[in-house]
Design a protein around this ligand. Structure first.
Ligand code: ADP
Ligand code: ASP
Ligand code: MG
Length: 404
């Protein structure tokens, strides 16, 4: 008997009819002789709505209370799913993240899983139950509820799969699998039948939200194959795993984009040891996660330092930055909140020259100005105006012949 973990995303459980549909699919997996653990996301846009509600009550909701509030979204969907399964004649039980033993640190809204104490889940499976676990949440050593960051139910699923020794973690969503670009932006995007952890991690980290980056990281760490497939069709999906054949490594595999980018430039920074630390330590203390950092070569010991943050964190980051800029003797700090990122990704770019030049040429031919550039061995990212991201993705998809 195989043990499988299935995860259903928000759009897959958006209403009662969809919940019944998902319940039928889960029941089928069980009827095929598997032990089944299911991780449920909150219904539809519930999480967004709960965040909005909290901000209607107060400008700065308590982090602790906000996490408890958000965790209720997944409690609603997992309990309804258990009810739907029982109505179909299955043995099923729902568990909160805490009941399922998801232990995290105390970083509210971005908690990391420290360990999974999965005995309760295993016991329920052994009793013949389908176990539905509320995704996206865990509990600290102090028994406070935490959430794992937006999209975090994927991470719950892979962590449970690793802890239980599951054969596979299946992530069911509203597209047929992982594509060569977001299929909502590029209708010609092709579905990939498989992709390696390394490429998928870059894709997910640079905006392809179809799988949460930390889920991919955990999958790689524990050798759990992850299948991304549709909860609405029977398409075979995309397998994320480690044993990718050499052939398909040899090209750009996919284009990722991210519209949630803002930048801050600290202008006229004295170039001396300790300045970067003086800027970034207070940002870290304020829980602001900084992404790309670029520092210019200094002229007469004065330089500019630019970094990016999520749009939602820009106001707070500027609040933190302004006094620091003054105290280190910088001229000013300026911001731009209308940016986006476009990335070409593929292990085929490793040690192969020319990809960056081609990417820059394509963007220039479309009149797109590049503001910042960052790279890894298998990725090139350009930060551009957010209004041009859509065009950039489409142009790059075509130029790198990903539609074939
Ligand atoms: P869920 O609610 O199931 O977790 P998400 O909205 O988090 O679903 O992720 C699925 C979405 O990811 C798709 O609807 C699609 O628009 C988007 N997406 C972005 N990039 C890609 C890609 N390369 N392949 C597939 N989907 C992608
Ligand atoms: N409901 C949470 C979110 O919207 C977690 C998830 O769906 O994975 O981010
Ligand atoms: Mg998701």
């Amino acid at each position: 008997m195989a043990l499988i973990v299935q995860k259903y995303g928000g759009s897959s459980v958006a209403d009662a009819e969809k919940i019944r549909n998902v319940a039928r699919r889960i029941a089928q997996a069980k009827a095929q002789g598997n032990q089944v653990v299911v991780v449920a996301s909150a219904m539809g846009d519930t999480t967004d709505e709960l965040i909005k509600l909290a901000h209607q009550v107060t400008e700065q909701p308590s982090q602790r209370e906000l996490d408890v509030l958000l965790s209720t979204g997944e409690i609603v969907s997992s309990t309804l799913l258990a009810m739907a399964l029982r109505a179909l004649g299955n043995k099923a039980i729902s568990l909160s993240g805490a009941q399922a033993g998801i232990r995290t640190d105390a970083t509210y809204s971005q908690a990391r899983i420290l360990k999974v104490e999965s005995e309760r889940v295993a016991n329920e499976l052994n009793k013949g139950n389908i176990v539905i676990v509320a995704g996206f949440q865990g509990i600290t050593g102090e028994m406070d509820v935490t959430t794992l960051g937006r999209g975090g139910s994927d991470t719950t699923a892979v962590a449970l799969a690793a802890s239980l020794g599951a054969e596979i973690c299946q992530i069911y969503t509203d597209v047929d699998g992982v594509f060569t670009a977001d299929p909502r932006l590029v209708p010609e995007a092709q579905q990939l039948s498989e992709i390696g952890y390394e490429e998928m991690l870059e894709l997910a980290s640079y905006g392809a939200r179809v799988v949460h980056p930390r889920a991919v990281e955990l999958g790689e760490l524990f050798g759990i194959p992850i299948l991304v497939a549709s909860s609405f069709t029977d398409s075979p999906g995309t397998l994320i795993h480690g044993g990718i054949s050499m052939e398909i490594r040899n090209r750009v595999r996919s284009i990722a984009h991210d519209l949630d980018v803002a930048k801050i430039t600290v202008v006229g920074v004295p170039d001396r040891p300790g300045i970067a630390a003086a800027i970034f330590e207070p940002l870290a203390k304020a829980d602001i996660s900084v992404d790309t950092i670029v520092q210019n070569t200094s002229i007469e010991n004065i330089t500019d330092l630019t970094f990016t943050v999520a749009k939602s964190q820009l106001a707070r980051a500027m609040e933190v930055m302004e006094p620091i800029a003054k105290s280190i003797g910088a001229r000013e700090s300026i911001s731009d909140s209308k940016l986006g990122k476009v990335s070409i990704i593929g292990t085929g770019m490793q040690n192969a020259p020319g990809y960056a030049a081609r990417m820059f040429r394509v963007l220039s031919e479309h009149g797109i100005n590049i503001q910042l550039i960052t790279t890894s061995e298998i990725r090139i990212t350009c930060i551009i105006n957010d209004t041009q991201v859509k065009d950039a993705v489409r142009a790059l998809h075509q130029a790198f012949k990903l539609e074939t």
